[in-house]
Write a new protein. Sequence first.
Length: 506
Amino acid sequence: MSQTALRSDAGPDAKRWRALVFIALAQLMVVLDATIVNIALPSAQQDLGISDGNRQWVITAYALAFGGLLLFGGRIADLWGRKRTFVTGLIGFAGASALGGAATGEAMMLGARALQGVFGALLAPAALSLLAVMFTDAKERAKAFGIYGAIAGGGGAVGLILGGFLTEYLNWRWTFFVNIPFAVVAALGAYFVIREPSGGRNRSPLDIPGVVLSTLGLVALVYGFTRAESAGWSDSVTVTMFVASAVLLAAFVLTEAKVKSPLLPLRVLTERNRGGVYMSLGLAVIAMFGLFLFLTYYLQIVQGYSPVKTGFAFLPMMVGMITGSTQIGARLMTRVAPRLLMAPGFLLAAVGMLLLTQLEIGSSYAGLILPAQLMLGLGMGTAFMPAMSLATHGVEARDAGVASAMVNTSQQVGGAIGTALLNTIAASATTAYLTDHAAGATNPKLLQAQAMVEGYTSAIWWAVGILVVSALIAATLVTTGHQGGSAAASSDDGVEDEVKVPVLVH
């Protein structure tokens, strides 16, 4: 029997459900952080004297460190042990959050955000890979990933509510300090409760060229999209970043094909179903990030909602995601093929997004925005849950960390693309509307609001198209059967090993 497979005679960990609580808590903290800081940014900028030109770096510093180091973090989890990596990531994230909350100037704030990204890149893949190796029974795995998927999808809305409360009633610094109790409780719980299955580590030497090429390539890619949003797509630095990223990532793939112990074994990517999951998830996240961005602007600027009210306005989407993940995805995952959940889920989300193309200045929340959010949430929850499970389903235990890191990488890169691409489309449409209607305008303020809404709906049309493509990819590339049982998996030497981790059923 292969040393890298989980043995079928190893019984399930009695504390696995308690462990899930702490893994979910850590995931919630990471997802919260992605949106909570956005709401606090205007106040923090004013207090710390950050210029408008450097303001974006509060978001970008985190995104670059997190996105660039995810593959490295996943490999460290496989090498060093997932539990140890998870606890280290939590402690580091708490320290970086304390630094950010206590920031006295721009440099300290940006440094803290970059550190949060570094430790987040350790934490996120370790959390998902722990689930993959701890929950091996098909029905239990479905429930565990249902909970995880609901948090991963709906946590952003919680961040908007919590960020609004903390900024409005306390101080922007608490949007950082709030991470500390989350991290401490999760780290202590993980230390005493999590028992990582033995025999699942990958002790091969670290692929240093792969680490350097992948980190630089991903950083260049994320920065390219981030810069395109502010400086434009034809900006020389933007173009240079995209070219550099293409060269570095191509060199990374060639290196991984040749080295003995690759950072990202190409077997993780070339498996048809897993590749389909990474592509469809990344595209869906592009659409989701665009929605969060435009709906937040629409509610606050056009409708005049407060930050707290805006956060609560996103609750229907969160309810939909939790319902889709736990009541639809988790219940059906062991009975039907993943594509029969993912493709309809993405299409339902596209219909919800399609409703939002009808936005006008005085659109009714109850009549338009609420049903659109419910459809979006239900669709995304139903699709995300089997997708996240399938991304690590049947993968060799030694590759669980890096396979999990690829899920996070596709989401992170998708988020960067979504923010830059859809924002650019919205800005162009807004400018074009203002140019066309400026001559006959009698109310400049009303014209500006109409132009903004025109920009949002133009970008949302693109998001609809992206979700349809995501559904098509899921329907055509994800051909595996349902995840309702264990099977034999082939090891590298061609000998079939009986494994407890379920494998893909073709």
